[in-house]
Design a protein around this ligand. Sequence first.
Ligand code: URA
Length: 237
Amino acid sequence: MMRLDKMLANLGYGSRKDVKLLIRKGQVQINGVVIKKDDFRLEPEKDEVKVCDELVVYKPLVYIMMNKPEGVISSTDGRKTAEKTVIDILPDEMKRKNLFPAGRLDKNTTGFVLITDDGNFAHRILSPKSHIPKTYIAGLDKPFDDIVLKAFQSGMTIGSDVCMPAVLEAVNGDFKTARVVIKQGMYHQIKRMFKSFGIEVLSLKRIKMGKLCLDEALAPGACRFIDKKELEMILSE
Ligand code: URA
């Protein structure tokens, strides 16, 4: 069973607020009966829903984990710049309307990108209020030291951007490969954080969102569907 307003919002009939208005105005019918209660619960696979007399085709939302390769952009439309997008490289059997990457990685950043058609879920993970930890492995041109570590840990300012405290750990003894955990997603954030100490990020890979790790079986460019349990793991801090 699913709430009527949630189902319609998921299917792109507008925000929860827009959809509630549609319902209250009497523009939604279920099995031929006008329903004016937005918390009405229905079985989307069985019940026949019409909005403004048009049949609603129910399709469950999809969530895809991609291991983004270098050189593709996290966007839906690369036509303006003639660049390949993460949507372009989806296998044909996974392609469907309205898919978009929930969050951006730079063109040369690799790793975990979530691709979905669920606007509500994307909003939950991208909203500035949601501080889902994102874990990266960064390759650096020189080692980081204690000063950098302290700044990352206590929170720092880059330009006018205030960075929340982040985790920074050396992955090996030379301090040139780092595990970084940030809870925001500001433009070039990790590169700019290191850059303010004169350190260049040579490679960057996202390996985890929330508690969900990038599936190591996915080669660069490969993807797979993720299930509801894994989705919950993304939301957990
Ligand atoms: N930080 C960056 O600098 N780039 C990314 O792609 C992600 C986080």
